[in-house]
Design a protein around this ligand. Structure first.
Ligand code: ADP
Ligand code: ADP
Length: 219
């Protein structure tokens, strides 16, 4: 269980990004966070991921306060952020240094296949289309087997066709794995496609305006 309790975030420059956020997300639940620009969506994800510290209140995963980036939490950002000096396989293996070589290679091959990039491990980031690069970024995150997956506008830099194909792919991956998923998006259709519940943030300061359950059949 992921719990946010009475969470406030004020940045050092005085900007109040979030105030009084209360939210519980059950294991395996998929929640979309929507809201206008500046409503605190990214801040909320960064607090959950331990990339920022709350000014007040707390974030807990299974009752344990989050105090920094945790292995159980995986991020995917709008930009793939691949390391250009590593191959596709090298990028995916980057966080797996503690695993024995064989297990690492097996895991890399497995996640590349899962995102539709079977046999593409020897390619270089600069050879990839935007959609392929984002698939690699998703594979790199899945390789660590996070229990909680945080997606911050992961499709918004892609063209419409690539976006639709990747949304569908992520919906299927989630149905297989049932991680806890939090998706920040501007796109209400994307939220309805991927989430069990949609949380609407209102700005100045960011707060939960509304929570809507989604009861649509999955693809
Ligand atoms: P139900 O009560 O409907 O069985 P659960 O909340 O127990 O649902 O789990 C839903 C899904 O989430 C299951 O597929 C389970 O494997 C998965 N799951 C259970 N615990 C976690 C966790 N800590 N993080 C991510 N997924 C989990
Ligand atoms: P969203 O993702 O909904 O666009 P953000 O979480 O990025 O919202 O931002 C919420 C508010 O916090 C905005 O007013 C933004 O300008 C401000 N903000 C975000 N990051 C910082 C930062 N590092 N320092 C100061 N203010 C910030």
């Amino acid at each position: 269980m992921l719990s946010l309790r009475n969470l406030d975030k004020t940045y050092a420059n005085g900007t109040q990004a979030l105030r009084g956020i209360d939210l519980s997300v059950a294991p395996g639940e998929a929640v979309a966070i929507i809201g206008g620009s500046g409503s605190g969506k990214s801040t909320l994800l960064r607090l959950i991921g331990g990339l920022e510290t709350a000014t007040r209140g707390r974030v807990e995963i299974d009752g344990v306060p989050v105090s920094g980036p945790a292995e159980t939490v995986g991020f995917v950002f709008q930009e793939p952020r691949l390391l250009p000096w590593l191959t596709v396989a090298g990028n995916v293996a980057f966080g797996l240094a503690s695993l024995p070589r064989q297990e690492r290679d097996r895991r890399v091959a497995e996640v590349l296949a899962r995102v539709g990039l079977e046999g593409q491990g020897r390619r270089w980031p600069k050879e990839l289309s935007g959609g392929m690069a984002q698939r690699v970024a998703i594979a790199r995150t899945l390789a660590a087997r996070p229990g909680i997956l945080l997606l911050d506008e992961p499709f918004s830099a892609l063209d419409a066709l690539t976006r639709a194909s990747l949304q569908d792919h992520v919906a299927r991956l989630w149905l297989e794995d049932r991680q806890t998923l939090l998706l920040v998006t501007h796109d209400i259709e994307e939220a309805l496609l991927l989430a069990d519940r949609v949380v609407v943030l209102a700005p100045k300061p960011g707060r939960i305006e509304e929570t809507v359950s989604v009861d649509l059949p999955r693809p």
